[in-house]
Design a protein around this ligand. Structure first.
Ligand code: AMP
Ligand code: TRP
Length: 381
């Protein structure tokens, strides 16, 4: 159980590992090379040398609505950092095929545009990373089929997200159950080794590693292993129900702060955020998940660490209500420029489609090479 935190004499350093429940990068035990194999020998594939694919980064986000501050803290902040390091070795996909696994998806086209506008407004730079729409590269589904033949049904049924998601819909689709295989294909198609995602994706990354290993064993050693790169903040919780994560799919829009929310909406949502009967501002995720979530949101929106936030609030003699009001201002300060830029991008649909088309061409060029190898290994060509 985490110790309740109140005030700390020692300042923590900015830009260091400062989030309290940060998880270590999951490493692939027992394998010293980057390849998914039981042997330790490094191996070169016919089209991509190990050194080339060693540092390829892949992540995806579903166009199911306007991204919220959980997406921002759990994924987007991380992408902004990585894009400067990995540039065109980094791919970001708007995973529209994933977003139709829970119908109805009535505004898919608009959602794709809105998400693209938001990502650009946050600072994702299409001249650095390959930003593209998943369905524009048909090899994702092609590879997913090959991988689905290496994956048992019970393995999918054991995944926590399947259990959670199927409980929420009346007639869960086959697509909903098999979507982690499509996710593995997304990652493997580019021989990606680093996957920056939120904590909720841990089991899907493990499955991806299993499927890479299974393919390499069955057909030939071509896929590297991948690692999850967790965000600074593991999970932002719902404002209405701090027991679950903030999500685009939660019915109550007051449960999340979307990047394009008006300042008034932000203030209202934070004011109504569920906390508890203690008025002090302390960080204790196990016993005080509501107020601890607010502190984590604060950390996501600023460069401050949790210890400093708690200390500052103590020195200001704040209680939860006054802290909430200051936090709303902090969030609005961060989101206002993003909102303005996003609205600007939204007015220029043509530009947004152009960005995605250029990205798809670049992604396609890499995907084609992998699929040629896959087909050759499997015996299809
Ligand atoms: P999604 O909106 O489900 O497509 O998620 C896109 C990215 O945001 C993934 O990397 C998720 O792990 C991350 N993410 C989604 N919700 C949260 C949350 N509440 N807290 C932290 N990260 C999140
Ligand atoms: N499944 C992820 C989610 O729900 C989105 C996703 C799809 C993804 N394909 C991916 C994330 C590949 C990382 C890598 O958030």
């Amino acid at each position: 159980m985490a110790t309740p935190m109140r005030i700390f004499p020692k300042k923590c350093l900015k830009n260091t590992v400062h989030r309290l429940h940060r998880k270590p990068i999951i490493s692939h035990k027992g394998i010293s090379s980057n390849f998914c194999t039981s042997q330790n020998n490094r191996c070169f594939s016919s089209t991509t040398e190990f050194s080339e694919c060693e540092n390829r980064v892949f992540s995806g986000i579903q166009p199911t609505g306007i991204p919220h501050i959980g997406n921002y803290g759990g994924a987007i902040v991380n992408w902004l950092k990585l894009q400067n390091k990995y540039k065109e070795q980094m791919l970001l996909s708007i995973v529209d095929l994933h977003s139709i696994t829970i119908p109805p998806q009535k505004q898919l086209r608009q959602n794709i545009l809105d998400l693209t506008a938001c990502l650009l407004a946050c600072g994702i730079d299409p001249n650095k990373v390959i930003l593209f729409q998943q369905s524009k590269v048909p090899y994702h589904t092609h590879l997913a089929w090959v991988l689905s033949c290496l994956c048992s049904v019970p393995k999918l049924q054991r995944l926590p997200q399947w259990k959670e998601k199927k409980a929420k819909v009346k007639d869960p689709s086959v697509g909903l159950m098999t979507y982690p295989i499509l996710q593995a294909a997304d990652i493997m198609l580019y021989k990606s080794t680093l996957v920056p995602v939120g904590e909720d994706q841990t089991h899907h990354i493990e499955l991806t590693r299993d499927l890479s290993r299974a393919f390499n064993k069955e057909h030939g050693l071509i896929f590297p292993s991948c690692q999850m790169v967790p965000g600074e903040i593991a999970k932002i919780r719902s404002l209405r129900n701090p027991g679950s994560k903030m999500s685009k799919s939660e019915a109550n829009p007051k449960s999340r702060i979307e990047l394009l929310d008006s300042p008034e909406d932000v203030a209202e949502k934070i004011k109504k955020a569920v906390t508890d009967f203690t008025s002090e501002v302390t960080y204790d995720p196990d016993n005080r998940p509501g107020v601890s979530n607010l502190i984590e949101i604060h950390a996501t929106m600023t460069d401050m660490c949790i210890e400093d936030i708690v200390e500052e609030s103590f020195l200001r003699a704040e209680i939860t209500s006054s802290y909430k009001s200051r936090l709303s201002d902090i969030i609005n300060e961060k989101l206002s420029p993003i909102r303005e830029k996003a609205l600007e991008y939204q007015r220029n649909e043509e530009y947004l489609w152009d960005v995605l088309e250029v990205g798809a061409k670049k992604a396609m060029a890499i995907a084609e090479l992998t699929m040629e190898e896959v087909k050759s290994c499997v015996g299809m060509s």
